[in-house]
Write a protein that binds this ligand. Structure first.
Ligand code: PLP
Length: 408
């Protein structure tokens, strides 16, 4: 909103004394992300119960309840396994998929370049080279055409396909199941942000999928816990193997029968996750309302991601700056900060642009990825925000972009 001088001002909903307040430039009111895990300090009785049980980890009773409740309330079928974070979950799932007897020539992990560093790092830890593909310019999901092309070009050399469900958008999992069969290559889905997303038929994303789908419960995710992750898999035998691998490779008590590490979630973290499950439906409803308001405010002027499902869980609102504004992106971020709005640029750099990674990856053409990464802007989507806050952020962006474009 503007006052008579054309200066941006913000209606302060928290205060009745002063209805109009200029934002304090030094202190952003809207960080990009404000983690919102359940307040454990309000759950002393449940914590005391864990202490009384004497079980603090090792897939204990709270963890078992959480896994059971996730399947009941989110997926409706299949099985899941908690892990201490999604990066370790990806490492486990990739390692399980490629097995012990991987021929040396199967050295690539096919994944999009438009993803977080963790996807590539997990593959590197498994001894694989990330083979980066481009994205679809509308959905920002891995480009099906380029994946098909790379699977043909690198026939016999790809050890695993690791698609990323970009910013909670739904992948066509039936296609990946078919690719796995056709090429004899395992699939591991990086669905870090997607817990709670619904596909185009309204089915929970991942439900029924026989390959591991890895979700993050990091503090910054919509399903905010702290550190934590969840591996969903409809193939219960595969999930049992992952569970054993996550506990030092013990398929029987203290007998190592497979490769392993320690990926277990503590009982206290499992309690936080269980409590988050109760609050999740309300948080989803609020985020959807805020996203709709962003759409109404910015949809005319800025490209946004095309959703492939009927519900896309998002941790922030991503928009694409028009090409003429791309060179001004840093200045836009700086100006927004003076108005109390923290914006970011996920995923810029994309994987092929990171100094450590660029010499350790192979890549197809990344035209759409380069273009999106150079123009993307991530805006706050906080559970503490109102629709008026979204309107304020949108008006800040419009005004800052217009002012900088004139000055350029
Ligand atoms: C695409 C993607 N993959 C993996 C991860 C890793 O998740 P975690 O922090 O739980 O290890 C993230 C985290 O933000 C992510 O965005």
């Amino acid at each position: 909103m503007q006052n008579g001088t054309g200066r941006l001002v913000r209606r302060n909903h928290a205060s009745t004394a002063s209805p109009l307040l200029a934002p304090t430039p030094e202190i952003p009111q809207f960080p990009l992300i404000r983690p919102d895990p359940p307040r454990l300090s309000c759950h002393a009785a449940e914590l005391a119960e864990i202490e009384a049980s004497g079980v603090f980890s090792n897939y204990g009773p709270v963890n078992q309840r959480f896994e059971h409740e996730v399947i009941r309330s989110i997926f409706g079928e299949g099985a899941c396994l908690t892990v201490c974070n999604a990066t370790i979950g990806l490492m486990l799932a990739i390692r399980e998929g490629i097995g012990d007897a991987r021929p040396a020539e199967r050295r690539y992990a096919l994944m999009p370049s438009f993803t977080f560093a963790a996807t590539a790092q997990a593959a590197l830890w498994c001894g694989l080279t990330p083979l980066l593909c481009d994205i679809d310019p509308e959905t920002w999901l891995p480009s099906a055409e380029q994946e098909d092309w790379l699977l043909r070009k690198y026939r016999g050399q790809i050890a695993v396909i690791v698609p990323y469900a970009t910013f909670g958008n739904c992948l066509d999992l039936a296609r990946y199941a078919e690719l796995a069969q056709r090429h004899g290559v395992p699939v591991v889905v990086d669905a870090a942000a997607s817990l709670g997303s619904l596909d185009i038929q309204g089915r929970p994303f991942a439900a029924g999928f026989p390959w591991p789908v890895v979700f993050s419960m990091h503090a910054t995710k919509a399903f905010s816990v702290g550190e934590g992750g969840l591996v969903y898999c409809a193939d219960e035998d595969r999930l049992s193997r992952l569970r054993a691998m996550g506990s030092f490779g013990f398929e029987q008590p203290r007998i190592v029968t497979t490769i392993g590490l320690n990926s277990k979630l503590s009982e206290v973290s499992a309690l936080t996750a269980l409590l988050q499950l109760e609050r999740f439906p309300a948080a989803i409803t609020l985020r959807e309302k805020l996203l709709n308001t962003y759409g109404a405010e910015l949809g005319q002027d800025f490209q946004t991601q095309q959703s492939t499902g009927i519900r896309q869980i998002q941790s922030f609102q991503s928009i694409v700056l028009p090409a003429q504004l791309a060179p001004l992106r840093d200045a836009i971020v700086t100006s927004l900060r003076t108005l109390g709005v923290s914006a970011a640029t996920y995923f810029s750099p994309h994987l092929a642009q990171h100094p450590y990674l660029r010499d350790r990856v192979a890549a197809g053409s990344l035209t759409a990825t380069d273009s999106l990464a150079s123009r993307i802007l991530s805006l706050p989507l906080l559970t503490s925000m109102s629709e008026d806050d979204v309107r304020y952020i949108a008006s800040c962006l419009r005004q800052v972009a217009a002012a900088l474009a004139v000055a350029a």
